[in-house]
Design a protein around this ligand. Structure first.
Ligand SMILES: Nc1ncnc2c1ncn2[C@@H]1O[C@H](COP(=O)(O)OP(=O)(O)OP(=O)(O)O)[C@@H](O)[C@H]1O
Ligand SMILES: [Mg+2]
Length: 318
C-alpha cells in the first residue's frame, strides 16, 4: 500500500469537507476573513476534525500553510514543558507571508490531565497575540471549562450514510476500481459515520482485488454480514445449543472476529430481528452488556460466548 487514501483524498479546502454543515459554514466565514479565534473541535473519530484544521490553515495561508502551522499530538507530549518550549520556539519567528498569526494544532487535547490543561490555558494566553490554537478532541467534556470558554467550540457529528456513500464512490472512481453498489452499502454499514474507517476498508479490500463486491468487503474488514448474524440467531432458535455454537465458531473464523467484535455487531443487529419480541430484546441487551464487559476485563472468550449462546437458545426457545 503506497499512499494512504485517507491522506490522498483528504479535502484541501473547507468547502470540500463533507457533511458538518454548520461547521463548514462558520469556518467558511473565518476562511474568507483570513482571521479566527482559538478553536476547539470536538467529535467522534474520522469525522473531519484534523481535516478541517488543515483545510482552514490552507484557506487562510495558502499553499505554504505548513510554515505557519505547528502540529502537536497531546498524547505524545508527555510533559507540558515540551509543549511550552515548542510553542515558544515556534512563536518566536514572525508568521510567513503577510499572515496575522501562526496556528498551533493540538490533536487529542483530551489526553491532557486537568493540571496540564491548566498550564496550557496560560500558554494560550501568553501567546495569544501571535498564535491561534486549534484543539481537537473526541470528548469536549474532558476539556476544562476555562479552555472551552477561550475557544469557539465546533461539534463534529458522525457523517450521514449518504455522505459516506458519495465519498466512497468518488474515491473508488478516482482509483479506477470496479465497485458494485451493495459493496458501497456494506462499507457504509461498517463505517457508521466514520469516513476514515470507510476509506480504509475500501483500500484494504482494493489491495486484494480491484473488483470489489460485498463479500470481499466483509471478509477483509472483520465484520460479519447481517445474514451471517441472522443465521446464527436462527440456529439458536431452531437447532439448539451445539449447532448454534458451531455456527458461531465458523462465523468468528471466517470473518476474523474477536469476541468483543461479535457482541458489538450482534447488538447492532438485534433490533432488526423480527422473530424476537421487545422484552426478549431488552433481556438480551442486558446480557450482552455483561458479556462485553467480562470480555474486556479478560474473561474467557469461549466461556463467555457459550454463555451468551446458551442464553439466546433459552430465550428463543420460549
Ligand atoms: N467530513 C469529511 N469530509 C471529507 N473527508 C473526510 C471527512 N471526515 C473524514 N474524512 C476523511 O477521513 C480521513 C480522516 O479524517 P480526520 O483525520 O479529519 O478525522 P478526525 O475527525 O480528525 O479523527 P480523530 O478523532 O481520529 O483524529 C481524512 O483524511 C479524510 O480523507
Ligand atoms: Mg484527527
Amino acid at each position: 500500500m503506497s499512499e494512504l487514501w485517507v491522506e490522498k483524498h483528504r479535502p484541501r479546502t473547507v468547502t470540500d469537507i463533507r457533511g458538518q454543515r454548520s461547521v463548514v459554514e462558520r469556518l467558511g466565514v473565518y476562511a474568507s476573513k483570513g482571521e479566527f479565534p482559538h478553536l476547539l473541535f470536538a467529535g467522534p473519530p474520522g469525522t473531519g476534525k484534523t481535516t478541517a484544521a488543515m483545510a482552514l490553515a490552507m484557506d487562510v495561508f495558502g499553499e505554504e500553510f505548513r510554515r505557519n502551522l505547528l502540529e502537536m499530538n497531546a498524547s505524545d507530549e508527555r510533559k507540558l514543558e515540551s509543549i511550552r518550549s515548542k510553542v515558544k520556539q515556534f512563536a518566536r519567528t514572525t508568521p510567513y507571508g503577510d499572515a496575522p498569526f501562526k496556528v498551533i494544532f493540538l490533536d487529542e487535547a483530551d489526553a491532557l490531565t486537568n493540571d496540564a490543561q491548566g498550564a496550557l490555558r496560560r500558554i494560550m494566553e501568553q501567546f495569544a497575540e501571535t498564535c491561534r490554537f486549534i484543539l481537537s478532541c473526541n470528548y469536549s467534556s474532558k476539556i476544562i471549562e476555562p479552555i472551552q470558554s477561550r475557544c469557539a467550540v465546533f461539534r463534529f457529528r458522525p457523517l450521514p450514510d449518504a455522505e459516506v456513500q458519495d465519498q466512497v464512490a468518488l474515491v473508488a472512481a478516482s482509483e479506477h476500481l470496479d465497485i458494485v453498489d451493495d459493496a458501497v452499502e456494506a462499507i457504509t454499514r461498517i463505517a457508521q459515520g466514520d469516513l476514515r474507517k470507510a476509506l480504509t476498508t475500501l483500500q484494504v479490500a482494493a489491495a486484494l482485488d480491484r473488483t470489489i463486491d460485498r463479500g470481499l468487503i466483509y471478509e477483509t474488514s472483520a465484520t460479519a454480514p447481517p445474514e451471517a448474524l441472522h443465521a446464527y440467531l436462527m440456529a439458536c432458535k431452531e437447532d439448539g445449543f451445539h449447532a448454534a455454537r458451531r455456527r458461531l465458531r465458523e462465523l468468528l473464523d471466517r470473518y476474523g472476529l474477536a469476541g468483543t467484535d461479535f457482541v458489538a455487531q450482534l447488538h447492532r443487529n438485534l433490533y432488526a430481528a423480527d422473530f424476537l419480541d421487545e422484552q426478549a430484546k431488552l433481556r438480551l441487551t442486558e446480557r450482552m452488556a455483561d458479556v462485553e464487559f467480562r470480555l474486556v476485563e479478560g474473561g474467557s472468550e469461549t466461556v463467555q460466548l457459550d454463555a451468551l449462546t446458551a442464553r439466546l437458545v433459552n430465550e428463543l426457545d420460549a
